[in-house]
Design a binder for this molecule. Structure first.
Ligand code: ZN
Length: 314
């Protein structure tokens, strides 16, 4: 049964406007099977973003199961190794733009800090690394890897330090107040530092194709805001930051997830709570195929994932 939307007036999580949204799609957790409930994905006619309503803010322990992929990442898998190699190649030229002999880096939602390890390998000037994450279990591993760890929300993290690089990779779409998160990132940013954001793009081909078929990018009910390039740019400006660069990048996981759901509807594959989508044997090969597909397509079309580089104004 769909969640009733009439009890509270939906407020857009991106632009804060109320009463200008309509249901665009409905989805449920086909990926991890934590709930059968149907969630409404509303489209804001003011800014073009989409958001889940109501926001399941008090259900985190239910909707993030213990086998959630960012908690249980395998360091040895082929997909992981390819991702590390690609990330290093992506980070290297970006880090070169940041001046200084000794740099500090913060990963918001960084878990055990493996992306910070990649960052360190990409640039040996990175001397101080900090993780901010809600995951209690990741703390021990992060500390063992030489990172500082704050267990909590970025809005509640206090420090005298400023960071030259702030990572928010697949994070901003998971939070209840994206503006507060960006504003806090600005507070923590050094004058010539950069913030890297990766987030789904709702204004994409696959989002429209799989709109009524539980599109993988909904990552329902864990993605709470889905942005467009324009709506995220508007939010960045509201947070008193500037967009240095914005690009579309491959959205292979969303294609793969959507296709696995379609194959399941045909009865060809099975997805269970014990073996969610990301652990399905076809996940790796389909991801590689779609990454190649989006790599070519991305040259002339909007793909379903975006990379933003932000900096301070002036
Ligand atoms: Zn809006």
């Amino acid at each position: 049964m769909a969640t009733p939307i009439s009890f509270t007036k939906p407020v857009c999580l991106c632009c804060g406007t109320s009463g200008t949204s309509a249901v665009w799609a409905q989805a449920t957790d086909l990926e991890y099977r934590t709930t059968n409930e149907l969630f409404n994905i509303l489209k804001c006619s003011t800014c073009g973003s989409m958001f889940i309503h109501p926001v399941p803010e008090d259900r985190l322990s239910e909707i993030y199961p213990s086998n959630y992929y960012s908690f249980a990442q395998s360091q040895d898998s082929l997909v992981h190794r390819i991702k590390t190699w690609l990330d290093k190649r992506y980070f290297r030229p970006l880090l070169k733009q940041v001046p200084g002999n000794s740099l500090s880096a913060l990963d918001v939602g960084g878990g055990a800090g493996w992306e910070l390890q990649v960052l360190k390998q990409a640039d040996n000037r990175i001397a101080f690394t900090q993780v901010v994450d809600l995951d209690v279990d990741a703390e021990k591993l992060a500390l063992a890897n030489g990172h500082q760890y704050f267990c909590g929300r970025i809005e509640d993290f206090t420090t005298d330090k400023k960071f030259d690089v702030i990572l928010m990779l697949n994070l901003i779409e998971h939070v209840a107040n994206p503006l507060a998160v960006l504003a806090q990132a600005r507070n923590l940013l050094s004058p010539s530092g950069i913030i890297l954001i990766k987030t789904p793009n709702i204004d994409s081909w696959d989002a429209r194709i799989f709109r009524n078929k539980n599109w993988g990018g909904f990552h329902c009910p864990r993605h709470w805001t889905l942005f467009t390039k324009e709506s995220l740019t508007g939010l960045v400006e509201k947070a008193d930051l500037k967009v240095v660069q914005a690009n579309y990048t491959q959205g292979a996981p969303f294609w793969t997830t959507s296709v696995l759901f379609a194959l399941e509807r045909l009865g060809w594959v099975s997805i269970t709570r014990e073996r969610p989508v990301v652990y399905h044997p076809f996940f790796g090969i389909l991801s590689a195929l779609f990454a190649g597909f989006d790599f070519i397509r991305g040259r002339f079309a909007k793909t379903s994932q975006m990379f933003f580089i932000l900096g301070n104004k002036n």
